[in-house]
Design a binder for this molecule. Structure first.
Ligand SMILES: Nc1ncnc2c1ncn2[C@@H]1O[C@H](COP(=O)(O)OP(=O)(O)OP(=O)(O)O)[C@@H](O)[C@H]1O
Ligand SMILES: [Mg+2]
Length: 259
């Protein structure tokens, strides 16, 4: 793992992979002990959807992004920056890994503006990431756990966690960006998982609709991170040891995306 020491590794735990969080967090603890500096970014789609339904709201998505009216923003903030973030932080701290939760709005480190086309309500696109708070936590020995709620011009904005993970990876000069989700990787038109894809292949699959829904912001984020010099991996959160395998650069399950 020597080559990775000194350059952070960004790991995005999808809401869809949250049921496997215990094993994922154990992997993270191991990586830390091996000298890797992980930054954990999480989603929480299923938790948001569950609570929206409890208040009688039907979730809507456009190209994998959640349409966010004022009530949905409230629920997303409570779910992401509250329940999901604090449960992850609690699990890590109980396991002996000092972890601190950080929303994008804290210290104003992730700034965003409202997406206008399409207009999805309080959904932001990232304007800037100032990694100072996350790097300060790492220097002090804490693992930053990032909730994708950013600071807009007028208040909070909901940001897709994949997008944020890609932007953070770029801002900190990450060597590796790993997405843990609920599928074993990026599937081609025949449904087979591709072990390796180039940026050009990913773009073609996005344009012809092979890559759809929640996979769209994920590959977009991979393309951004790859452009910034990182290696990007999309793997199954249920796959034990996935983080370690990809940190060590071994051939593992999942899809690796390179320039
Ligand atoms: N070509 C493809 N290969 C694999 N999955 C795809 C593809 N196109 C679309 N998908 C969908 O993308 C989904 C993963 O994205 P999704 O947003 O649901 O999960 P997540 O990002 O891990 O969770 P969250 O959004 O809560 O953080 C898969 O479950 C699958 O249905
Ligand atoms: Mg998603």
């Amino acid at each position: 793992m020597g080559a990775m020491t000194g350059r952070p590794v960004v790991i995005k735990l999808g809401g869809a992979a949250l049921p496997h969080r215990e094993a994922v967090l154990r992997d993270l603890t191991e990586a830390r002990e091996a000298g890797i500096q992980p930054i954990l970014v999480h989603g929480g789609g299923p938790v948001i959807t569950e609570w929206l339904k409890r208040i009688g709201k039907q979730p809507t998505f456009v190209d994998g992004l959640r349409v966010t009216d004022a009530e949905t923003l409230d629920v997303a903030t409570m779910a992401l920056a509250g329940k999901v973030n604090k449960e992850l932080v609690a699990t890590l701290n109980l396991a002996g890994t000092p972890a601190v939760g950080l929303a994008g709005a804290d210290g104003g480190w992730i700034r965003a503006r409202r997406l206008t086309s399409p207009d999805l309500g309080f959904v932001g696109e990232v304007v800037s990431v100032d990694p100072t708070p996350a790097l300060a936590l790492i220097s002090a020995g804490y693992l930053p756990v990032v909730a994708p709620i950013a600071l807009g011009d007028e208040g909070l904005l909901n940001i897709n966690a994949d997008t944020v993970a890609g932007d953070i990876a770029r801002a900190v000069g990450a060597a590796l960006l790993i997405f843990l989700t609920d599928v074993p990787g990026v599937k081609d038109a025949s449904g087979q998982v591709s072990g390796h894809l180039t940026a050009a292949q990913v773009k073609a699959m996005r344009d012809d609709g092979t890559i759809a829904g929640g996979m769209i912001p994920k590959v977009q984020a991979c393309l951004r991170a790859v452009d910034g010099g990182a290696r990007a991996v999309i793997a199954d959160g249920a796959d034990p040891g996935a983080i370690g395998i990809h940190i060590r650069g071994e051939i593992g399950n999942g899809t690796t995306i390179t320039a």
